[in-house]
Design a protein around this ligand. Structure first.
Ligand code: AMP
Ligand code: ZN
Length: 137
């Protein structure tokens, strides 16, 4: 499998590693959006979070919490993000959590600023989607 993050896990390409567990690894993003921008990945290759075992996702989130604690001892707050699938902007098809230190003057704005158009839904459409989701396995 030609996966850049699997190659970081196996040591075939270098990374600025911060901390690891048996199942997860945290390292600096090579093209940081802010100082301290970190990626936390499972050591096993998964493209999407719903493929992960409970043990791996739990370990990943625990390491994300540990690193967030470190980052927030240096920076005031963080944007924590996962792109889940190519259509959402995921460029590396190996699950990763972005931990991006933020501050009130970074001008990145709220999550709503990611989307330029804001669709309006009727009550009927909202009822329909919530019912569909409740009935989807
Ligand atoms: P995404 O667009 O959510 O898939 O994020 C992929 C992230 O991986 C981007 O923020 C890249 O800057 C980062 N990245 C790509 N290659 C490397 C690498 N070799 N080492 C560390 N980070 C990388
Ligand atoms: Zn991989």
């Amino acid at each position: 499998m030609d996966c850049i993050f699997c190659k970081i896990v196996s040591g075939n390409i270098p990374a600025r590693k911060i901390e690891e567990t048996q199942k997860s690894l945290a390292f600096l993003d090579a093209f940081p959006l802010t100082k301290g921008h970190t990626l936390v990945i499972p050591k096993t290759h998964y493209a999407k979070i719903q493929e992960m075992t409970k043990e791996d996702s739990s370990d990943l989130f625990e390491l994300a919490k540990t690193i967030t604690n470190k980052l927030e001892s240096l920076f005031p707050a963080s944007l924590i993000a996962i792109h889940n699938g190519k259509e959402s902007g995921q460029e590396v098809p190996h699950v990763h959590i972005h931990l991006i230190p933020r501050n009130s003057s970074d001008k990145a704005g709220p999550v709503h600023s990611l989307f330029t158009s804001r669709p309006k839904f009727t009550d009927m459409e909202l009822d329909e989607i919530v019912n569909t989701l409740r009935n989807t396995k």
